[in-house]
Write a protein of this length. Structure first.
Length: 214
């Protein structure tokens, strides 16, 4: 068994030669009341615990997405670090955040998601400031997540699922929010560190209105 531990904005432990049954047992034993997030890809297990910078970015991006939904009157359902897994493909992950927008009506009344019957989230966010993490793209592609966001602390990248190939393609704008430049989120995150989150979110809301009324 090989172990790799890296510390920066996240604490990560990556283990190899781990069975799917062990992954399932860990999920069960750890339960829902925890800060660590697990990912599994065909025998490789990652256990990630977010530190301050990671979680601050995650929560602020969640506030931004919530502000967009509010300003544009979009129904949004948040599921946070929902456990997403496909046992037949030996892949599973718990994203930093995930959201239903297009498929929100299909899960509006639900507080538990069963991927055998429910669609996967429309949008998944992964914060990855520390290098050396497990590549989550093959996992979310196998699960069928249409849009994948990756934020490294400075740059937001957006990927769209190519259903026929079961892989992601990098794109220059979000299909969910095509009017928003990808540098807007990093810019407002950095602004929040100067002006404060409340003032920055107020400015962001005004900016969203300008994009749609200007």
């Amino acid at each position: 068994m090989q172990t790799l531990t890296i510390e920066l904005a996240e604490q990560r432990v990556i283990l190899s030669n781990i069975s799917w049954q062990t992954f399932e047992q860990l999920l069960k034993e750890l339960g829902d009341n925890r800060t660590s997030r697990l990912a599994y890809d065909e025998g490789v297990l990652e256990i990630m615990t977010p530190l301050g910078r990671h979680e601050n970015n995650n929560r602020f991006i969640e506030s931004i997405i919530g502000a967009i939904a509010d300003e544009l009157n979009l129904n949004l359902k948040r599921f946070g670090s929902l456990t997403l897994k496909r046992s037949k493909k030996l892949k599973g992950a718990e994203p930093d955040s995930c959201y239903y927008l297009q498929n929100e009506p299909l899960v509006r009344s639900k507080q538990e998601i069963d991927l055998d019957n429910d669609p996967p989230p429309d949008l998944v966010l992964e914060i990855d400031i520390t290098s050396g993490s497990l590549n989550k793209q093959p996992i979310y592609a196998a699960i069928g997540v249409p849009e994948f966001w990756h934020y490294n602390g400075n740059k937001l990248q957006v990927f769209v699922l190519q259903q026929s190939k079961e892989e992601y393609q990098s794109v220059s704008q979000s299909p969910t929010f095509p009017w928003m430049p990808l540098d807007a989120i990093p810019r407002f995150i950095h602004q929040s560190l100067v002006d404060g989150e409340t003032a920055t979110l107020r400015a962001f809301r005004a900016w969203v209105r300008e994009q749609h009324n200007g």
